[in-house]
Design a protein around this ligand. Structure first.
Ligand code: FAD
Length: 370
């Protein structure tokens, strides 16, 4: 039998959340090793999103999403300034295309305040046109604290912090199975250098694969694993100049925030993500989906020219609630009490706003681990 490596803490998954968690544990003074299956960190969902720093408007008050988005946003802006991570506090407009949608904006404004987002306010059609001459709508909700971030720059900074605090990030190291043993978790690691590890603390931050990882652990009560749903979101890039200087969102659709205009830090525009419930992981963008994009975008940008959209990329949202439940569902962050084992913590359903909330999620996990 292979030699068993004895470790204090192991984080499985090197996306933005796993990296943030390992960083927090390392800063707290514990030995931590992060295991990532792929050749590089941050190549799955953390590389396939809108890179928006969300304000925290939409989420049910009292939910983990609301709490950790609002707290995480503040921490993230401070962190980006401190560590020179490229970002831009560009703001966003949620546009009501018709009078009928105005009620939704008013509700959203109240929801935002209840979540501790105090800076949102409504503007009318004339003010909307003054601010963004190409965008049309009946009214808009202004969210000044929304922004953009270079997610890869952020993950590099988290990695540097892990290493500066004595932790290690090891790629090409898929955890293939494991077992809960007494007060430890034993993990079998595949890849080029297979190993058996026993750790006093294991955090499952495997994103889309979190359910499969928990399912492979002998001794874990399967009843603790929540339902799993995948909602794919495709993006189309705009050829030509962006029609707005800030982010433009329609009113949300079930499962997502609606096909919105987002920008990269260079000001290039892309639209998405839509919502498609899928069973398997597949990142192809079917050009046929563009048709629905044109009609959705023209509700707020009527001058979008035919042929201006090109298939770009797709991401898949890990969710605990499917279309029958309206596609919502909160983050699930299980400490030892919820997993039923003193050494095992698990994160499920870390979809949007997981990037924004990463530092706050990490703090929560560290508290549960303590
Ligand atoms: C379409 C879309 C748009 C989004 N837009 C935004 C946004 O604008 N703003 C925002 O705040 N959030 C957004 N999000 C959410 C955000 O991207 C995620 O919450 C975040 O990236 C999740 O990070 P993660 O580390 O949990 O998962 P991941 O990035 O998926 O990382 C998990 C890692 O675990 C690894 N792994 C899996 N299994 C194993 C194993 N057995 N052994 C070792 N490693 C393993 C994977 O290879 C992967 O690298 C969006 C998400 C989607 C899908």
């Amino acid at each position: 039998m292979a030699e068993v490596l004895d470790l204090d803490c192991v984080v499985v998954g090197g996306g933005v959340v796993g990296l943030a968690v390992a960083r927090e544990i390392a800063i707290g003074g514990r030995e931590v090793v992060l295991l990532e299956a792929e050749p590089t960190t941050g190549s799955v969902t953390s590389a396939r999103n809108s890179e928006v720093i969300h304000a925290g408007l939409y989420y049910a008050t009292g939910s983990l999403k609301a709490e950790l988005c609002v707290a995480g946003k503040r921490m993230l802006y401070d962190y980006c300034r401190l560590r020179s991570v490229p970002h831009r506090n560009c703001g966003k407009l949620v546009v009501a295309a018709s009078e009928a949608e105005l009620g939704y904006l008013e509700k959203l404004s109240r929801q935002a305040r209840a979540n501790g987002v105090e800076d949102c306010y409504l503007i009318d059609a004339a003010e909307l046109t003054r601010r963004e001459p190409q965008i049309r709508g009946f009214a808009a909700l202004v969210s000044p604290s929304t922004g953009l971030i270079d997610s890869h720059g952020l993950m590099q900074a988290y990695t540097a912090d892990i290493e500066a605090n004595g932790g290690a990030v090891v790629c090409n190291s898929p955890v293939v199975e494991g077992e809960l043993v007494a007060d430890r978790v034993r993990l079998s690691v595949g890849g080029r250098d297979p190993a058996i590890i026993e750790a006093r603390l294991v955090v499952n931050a495997a994103g889309l694969n979190a359910w499969a990882l928990s399912g492979s652990l002998l001794g874990l009560n399967a009843g603790t694993i929540p339902p799993r749903h995948y909602a794919k979101g495709c993006y189309f890039a705009l050829t030509g100049r962006a029609p707005a200087t800030q982010l433009i969102y329609p009113v949300p659709e079930p499962g997502g925030l609606g096909v919105h205009l987002t920008l990269d830090l260079a000001g290039q525009a892309r639209f998405g993500p839509d919502v498609e419930w899928v069973e398997a992981i597949d990142y192809d963008v079917d050009p046929v989906r563009a048709e629905k994009f044109y009609s959705a975008i023209r509700r707020y940008w009527p001058d979008l020219a035919d042929g201006a959209l090109q298939p770009a990329y797709a991401g898949i949202r890990p969710k605990i609630a499917g279309p029958d439940a309206g596609g919502g569902g909160d983050f699930v962050i299980q400490g030892p009490q919820q997993t039923g084992h003193p050494a095992y913590l698990a994160l499920y359903g870390i979809e949007s706003p997981g990037l924004t909330a990463s530092l706050a999620i990490a703090q929560k996990v560290a508290q549960l681990a303590a």
